[in-house]
Design a binder for this molecule. Structure first.
Ligand code: CDP
Ligand code: MG
Length: 718
């Protein structure tokens, strides 16, 4: 069957106004003259470096870094900020006497890929002069590494051991426009450090940034004399290659379908060049990948010379598979990378010439009045749209096809709401407290979070036995479950408790996980809990190949237990690594869980958490999970769905849970994630619990349910 001819119609904004412009086909002329890429005549790395727009500004940049404590650098995507600036600083001597140049990235994959690129440009292997550090993976050498790429979360973590970040001479906050939670925290903390360390240089780099806002924030000059400013701004003009932007002629009803059609149209009508398509989540990515794979097979059957290689890219994908998108393809193959937002910033996928942008992104949202955190599909910002388009012009002129009209583009917000203003702040507060910021309400935030979110997070962390709090609790007990949600990380003065709060803050996981892990030794199940916590860090324990769904589901049922997903995960680890294929388990995910478990074990040893085992008793493990995750408890409603205890919010069991479609337990808890799809809230990683267990972690405020123990219905696979 031949591929259907696409019905997608695009136009390129130009001299003529929309509406009177003729619809143009995809291979409209580009503004720049077409350059045919020939790898044999490609420039040497050194020559490539010199051709980048930032190269002309090299001396200027170095002068600014010498003269100002903070420098804000705004330059089009692809101009060389991420890969070149750290090298200029290194060459200019900013990393002598054991000092390190640190560059933060909002995403792990970006940190790895840019570290690899910079190491390659310096003719070395990553992990020596150039290295990276991300959570659960350190590829740097404390003695040898001079340029270190790290996630912004890791930088905040490093401040715990080294509050003044003494080993760094320069810190570059890259892609600052993304305003991730940890970028914003790092920004606030660095400003504080700069007041004590006049020698520390901060560079804020981005393609699309409100430079003035950053300037006013970082400028420590209070004299009013602009000559004494401590912050400078530099704009780098020019980009490496032009990118032509096309819009659809009319709004697109289904962007998933439109993405598939646009890829096919590009393949039919455009010259060489790989394609990068942006969608919102794993499900959409997999759907497009599978539709395109079907089409690719039909195309090769009808004898099309150029083949399509379709590759997914999303954060839940094992690293090795994520890295596949960077592999070069032979000239007879056109690579199509179908990605979520993960590919939006920092990374260069070689060969990408065409970008398809669906206009949407899945973002974390937090509703402080209900305390529910969810992932919501939202229109992107203009800043994101320009980042996405920028992925096309990295190695040669590119084209970006926006699956929306130019009119709709104009309606997009200029920038994304900072994550700080749409997230649960409990982990942030704990870390700030651990860093000695006592009054978190007065912390210098670039964009302060809503007061209600802040107060709620403080409540979650307060110590239950405080008389002061108990008085407060009895007052509101019947109305507000939140106040009972106490992890005992803070005392009634709001100070970090020692040792619990201090240790919780040191864990590279949320306070709920930390609490569960730290208490597991005395509970008598630390061996099992550390495995469960590690398994919860991988997104999918099971794989469901499209053509073997039934067989896979049958295999997966063998691990399932009535208690729910956590004990099912534990069962899986008992079987692995043998039988991974036979049981359709996520092999790479399991390997990652093993590494994570090792790191968690090390921390638990450091805090002298006893190594204990439940010896086959599931209740001990489940109670320990409740100890950390009690604030997520829900009870069954007569409608068949669940209601949260704290605010009576309707929840459903996620289809990926082993409890989905089974006789539902009366109480559920422990779930670590709620995601919102089509206005519904789902529980993932669900465990059946008993209401009486909640008494262990806070005062009873509801009657104990009269149902008997679930134990009689349990399958004891353990
Ligand atoms: O950070 P910015 O967007 O300004 O650019 P960059 O990441 O430093 O990349 C500068 C240039 O290096 C890109 O335009 C690419 O031409 C090249 N590059 C590459 O070819 N392969 C990579 N993995 C990274 C960069
Ligand atoms: Mg960059």
């Amino acid at each position: 069957m031949a591929a259907p001819l696409s019905t997608m119609k695009f136009w390129k904004p130009g001299a003529e106004a929309p509406g009177i412009t003729e619809e143009r086909e995809l291979n409209t002329e580009t503004t720049g003259s077409p350059i045919i890429f020939n790898p044999h005549t490609a420039l040497s790395i050194e020559k490539q470096r010199q051709k980048l727009p930032v190269f002309k500004h090299r001396n200027n940049i170095l002068y600014l870094v010498e003269s100002f404590q903070t420098v804000i650098i705004v330059g089009e995507t692809g101009c060389g900020k991420t890969t070149q600036l750290p090298q200029y600083l290194l060459e200019a001597g900013w990393a002598t006497e054991g000092k390190v140049i640190g560059v933060t990235q909002p995403r792990r994959v970006a940190a790895i890929s840019v570290a690899n690129r910079v190491a390659e440009e310096r003719g070395a292997l990553v992990g020596h002069e150039v290295g990276y550090t991300i959570r659960f993976d350190d590829c740097s050498d404390p003695q040898a590494t001079r340029i270190k790429f790290l996630t912004d979360g890791m930088l905040v973590r490093e401040m715990m051991a080294d509050p003044l970040l003494k080993k760094y001479s320069v810190l570059m906050l890259d892609e600052a426009h993304e305003r991730t939670l940890y970028t914003d925290i790092a920004i606030g903390l660095l400003k504080k450090i700069q007041k004590k360390r006049r020698d520390l240089r901060v560079i804020v780099a981005s393609a699309t940034l409100d430079a003035k806002k950053f300037h006013d924030f970082f400028n420590l000059n209070e004299s009013g004399d602009p000559n004494k400013d401590t912050c400078g701004i530099l704009t780098v003009e020019g980009r490496t290659f032009p990118v032509d932007v096309f819009y659809t002629v009319s709004p697109v009803p289904d962007y998933v379908k439109a993405t598939v059609e646009t890829v096919l149209k590009i393949h039919e009508t455009e010259e060489d060049g790989d394609v990068l398509a942006f969608l919102t989540g794993q499900e959409e990515v997999e759907k497009v990948v599978s539709l395109l794979q079907d089409q690719a097979r039909s195309l090769s059957r009808i004898g099309m010379k150029k083949h399509l290689r379709i590759l997914p890219m999303y954060s839940g994908l094992p690293y090795a598979d994520q890295m596949k998108v960077f592999e070069r393809t032979p000239p007879t193959v056109r690579k199509v990378v179908v990605a979520t937002n993960i590919a939006e910033t920092s990374i260069t996928i070689n060969g990408v010439v065409f970008v398809i942008d669906c206009a949407f992104v899945k973002l974390r949202a937090y509703n402080p009045s209900t305390a529910i955190e969810s992932l919501v599909v939202t229109p992107i910002s203009k800043a994101s749209a320009s980042q996405r388009a920028g992925r096309a012009g990295r190695n040669r002129p590119g084209k970006c096809f926006r699956l929306y009209t130019e009119e709709d583009f104009e309606k997009l917000p200029a920038s994304t709401v900072p994550e700080m203003q749409r997230t649960n702040l409990a982990p942030v507060i704990l870390q700030l407290k651990a860093l000695g910021i006592d009054n978190v309400l007065r912390f210098s935030f670039l964009s302060p979070p809503p007061a209600q979110t802040m107060v709620q997070a403080l409540e979650l962390l307060l110590r239950s036995r405080s008389k002061h709090l108990q008085a407060k609790v009895s007052l509101h007990m019947m109305q507000n479950f939140n106040q009972l949600c106490v992890l005992a990380g803070l005392d009634h003065y709001g100070r970090l408790t020692d040792p619990m709060g201090v240790r919780m803050a040191e864990f590279p996981l949320s306070p709920m996980f930390a609490k569960m892990l730290l208490e597991s030794g005395t509970f008598g199940c630390s061996k099992e809990i550390v495995t469960i916590a590690a398994m919860m860090q991988i997104q999918n324990t099971f794989v469901l190949p499209a053509n073997q769904k039934k067989a896979a589901a049958r295999e997966h049922r063998k691990f399932a237990v009535a208690e729910g997903d956590h004990l099912t995960m534990l069962n899986v680890t008992r079987r692995a690594p043998s039988g991974v294929q036979e049981h359709f388990l996520n092999y790479k995910g399991l390997l990652r869980a093993v590494t994570v478990r090792e790191q968690l074990r090390r921390l638990m040893n450091k805090f002298k958490v006893p190594r204990t085992s439940s010896e086959g008793d599931p209740d001990v493990i489940l109670k320990c999970i409740v100890l950390g995750f009690f604030s997520n408890a829900a009870r069954i409603h007569h409608s068949g769905s669940y209601r949260t205890l704290r605010d009576d919010r309707e929840l459903h069991i996620h289809p990926s849970s082993v409890l989905y479609g089974e006789k539902p337990p009366k109480w559920s808890g422990g779930f670590s994630m709620k995601c919102c799809r089509r206005q519904k809230y789902y529980m993932r990683d669900v465990t059946a619990v008993e209401s009486s267990w909640f008494g262990r972690v806070g005062p009873h405020f509801y009657k104990q349910a009269k149902h008997g123990s679930l134990a009689s219905k349990r399958s004891r696979v353990l």
